[in-house]
Design a protein around this ligand. Sequence first.
Ligand code: ATP
Length: 614
Amino acid sequence: MPSAMESSNNSSLMPSRILIVYDATRDRSNREFMRTIHNIRMQGAIVHSGDTITVLGVLHRVLHPMGYQMGVAPENFLGATHRRAMEEEVSKKVDLYVGMLQYSAEECEGDGVDIEVKITAGTPIRKVVVQEVATANATWVILDRHLRKELRFYLKNIHCKVALILDNFSLQILRPYYIDKEMEYIEDKQFYSLSKTVPLPPVSDNENNEQSVSIVSYHGSMTSLEISDLATSISLSSFKSNANEYSLSSQDESGSNPKQDESGNFAKGEIKYYVSPPMMLKHRRKPSRQRSSDVPVLCIACGLKTQVDSMRYSYSELQLATNDFSSDNLLGEGGFGHVYKGKFKDGQLIAAKVRKEASTQGFTEFHSEVFVLSVARHKNIVMLLGYCCKENLNILVYEYICNKSLEWHLFDNTEHVLEWHRRHAIAIGTAKGLRFLHEECRGSPIIHRDTRPSNILLTHDFVPMLGDFGLAKWKTDENEIQTRILGTLGYLAPEYAENGIVSVRTDVYSFGIILIQLISGRKVITCTREGQQPSLRQWALPLIETLALHELVDPRLGESYSTHELYHMARTAYLCVQTNPEMRPSMAEVLRLLEGENDHFHQLTEQFIPHYSK
Ligand SMILES: Nc1ncnc2c1ncn2[C@@H]1O[C@H](COP(=O)(O)OP(=O)(O)OP(=O)(O)O)[C@@H](O)[C@H]1O
């Protein structure tokens, strides 16, 4: 029966420690660790964000310098050579485990969970385990299958939740609650331990990815020289900063207290333990990454997929992916930087945008932009996968979109005319992306500020993906923002072009211009020998007002368009490009207009008074 302790412990939001306990004298494999930790994560109820998993290996036998195995009973370690042999063996084991746990550490990092390795030399195992569980104040103890012969002892002497790793590395939950009873007294023993946090692969040259080497504990009081020697061989600074020192009185198996004598041998007396409390290991946290093996396909035609992954990339990772930003990989150069195609080791295709103006953009501003964009996840929005900061170089990493831009399909593709049904679907998809940014996404409204055909990328299914958020703004209050005028002529709403006033309605205006382009296949400004033609808007508005839509529509389409859809698109465009921003519909209204919802037409038609009916 669950006890009161269960609920009190479950309701706690404090990070907890999960101990996975192994007999470290046996050989272990990467696969074993990987599968076990994966199963623990999948179990759901055991490990949560902020927790630490400690992989505890209990070493009860080590190799004697003479080549034979010896038990790690204190009496075997009275001489310095013996003791060094044991320390070396423990240290080797720690490094071995750390190496084998790298993959799991990366996986767990996505859940906000750290992995730490602790090897404790001591015997008998069961007493070491019980003592370690108590010291760690663990919430769960997961026992390796080789420890099952002592299950009854563990269940009796450990008060936290207990599970067992089965032969296929799945978990058997033995006790999903705490037991609230007095433990039988088990005397403290003296063990030698060494711990290390499993480091992640380096993520950035400048950013901290501190490796925590945290604990050295020893039986017997060590001289300060010995402690620092031991710590220096690993990391003196982290030893100092992470270790809390506790003095305990302890006894050896015979009930006496060993203490080191002048010759360095152990004698009875005070024992110092250096124990790293759980909270002190919580100093290394990167933005969380999500992983899913079940990611949706982005383009059915070419099977393109995007694995949502790390938010921060190292420069070397991007160098590798883009063949050192080679010119062969250059997708193009926009106003804000060069864009390179790249491929990560796992096959994910990327577009890495190296921003020219990085040096003038503050780190905080860049970061806030990254965070704004990281919440803008929608099927019609190019996904920001991450970023990289190196000195004053800022790089944004987007998913690669496989079938060029709307600009290319509408104006540059001389072989194929973009068909009407595709144009209509692109209008709807883009409107959905903008509606999401303006109204639906977390932290909305986000104002794109540079919506135009070259920033609408397409998949092979002609699904439009709104990209290039270089100018996007997160509108934090209800007021319009006044800002530098950036963006592209021909798409800028008058209030923005003239006074720098940005609101969601400036995006609506740009979208209206795109609608006119989709209908007409014309560029925003056309220069002829005779000079500059009237702007697209100036040309189109009278045609829409007079309902001379056959003159508006792209002649390359011939008769292959839907009059009904053309009418809706033209009407919507007309409303979107109104000079007065108040008169423009919201993106939600735009969608209803495009999809021909009648109610909205009745309300908005009043504003749409064709010239001939005046
Ligand atoms: N995520 C992406 N996937 C595939 N190609 C991309 C991606 N992002 C940009 N590109 C391509 O890289 C090139 C440069 O893009 P970028 O957005 O920098 O330039 P632009 O839109 O032409 O100009 P500006 O930066 O002034 O808006 C374009 O050809 C664009 O289609």
